[in-house]
Design a protein around this ligand. Structure first.
Ligand code: FE2
Ligand code: FE2
Length: 264
């Protein structure tokens, strides 16, 4: 069995006391890593994947703060970038700390693929030609395996107008590849700051709560949700089925965002 956690969208700043939409994202990320530590102690995990927007301001310091908390998790760590990340700065600090940007894990009947949907100067995501070719090639190589794909941006509409404006731009090309290869079980993403599960052509599409603020996706305009930050856990079994769930930190008034925020 493969066990791992997905922690996403920590949105850290160079100043640890800086407030992001009313909450100190350093503090919520700290609380989420504490909860993840407990989960790993109780149930075990092979690794943790951070699915983008690790930093909000892209500063070197914000990545150093990220590392100082992520290091508390005593398992392998992998990251993929989100629209708020700065690739060069992030890569330098994270690589030095041993946080991997590897793109594939093959283990126990499963292949896990980590894609980069960062699209420079855009909030929306895009998979480059090279990234799509890499996906094709890796799916072909792992034809006999069950596949699980990770990327920052959501490739399917959530029917939430403002958030769907920044989904994966070339999702048609991505979905076409997913449906052509019959060996993909699920696609997991960050970016939407909310728990999501959609099934489309037999493939599950899973969104995770953020480790900072939560978005209300039932509203058409920007709105924050009062639910607490958290993470998603996964267990992948040799027979090809998987289990997943969400854990959230205990209710704390300091972690309630400014619900009147109109955007950022
Ligand atoms: Fe985000
Ligand atoms: Fe994002």
């Amino acid at each position: 069995m493969i066990r791992f956690l997905q922690i996403t969208d920590s949105h850290l700043f160079s100043n640890r006391a800086h407030k992001f939409l009313g909450i100190k994202s350093y503090e919520t990320f700290k609380a989420v890593t504490e909860l993840a530590k407990k989960h790993i102690r109780d149930r075990g995990a092979d690794f943790v994947v951070f699915t983008g927007d690790l930093s909000h301001d892209g500063s070197e310091k914000s990545y150093q703060h990220f590392v100082s908390l992520a290091e508390e998790l005593s398992v392998k760590k992998i990251w993929i970038p989100g629209n708020h990340d700065r690739l060069k700065t992030g890569l330098k600090v994270l690589e030095n700390a041993g946080i991997s940007s590897q793109k594939v894990i093959q283990q126990d009947h499963w292949q896990l693929i980590f894609l980069n949907s960062f699209w420079k100067w855009h909030i929306a995501g895009k998979l480059s030609k090279k990234e799509l070719q890499f996906l094709e090639k890796t799916l072909e190589q792992g034809e006999e395996l069950k596949n699980f794909v990770f990327l920052h941006h959501h490739p399917l509409k959530l029917n939430c107008k403002w958030l769907d404006g920044s989904k994966l731009k070339n999702s048609d090309a991505f979905l076409e590849a997913v449906h052509r290869h019959k060996n993909i079980v699920a696609v997991a993403f960050g970016h939407v700051h909310s728990e999501q599960k959609l099934t489309f052509h037999g493939v599950d599409y899973l969104g995770s709560p953020s480790s900072s603020v939560q978005f209300m996706t039932k509203e058409q305009q920007f709105k924050l949700d009062a639910v607490m930050p958290g993470f998603r856990w996964f267990e992948l079994y040799p027979d090809g089925h998987y289990e997943t769930g969400i854990e959230r930190v205990a209710m704390h008034s300091d972690f309630l965002p400014d619900l009147s925020s109109k955007g950022y």
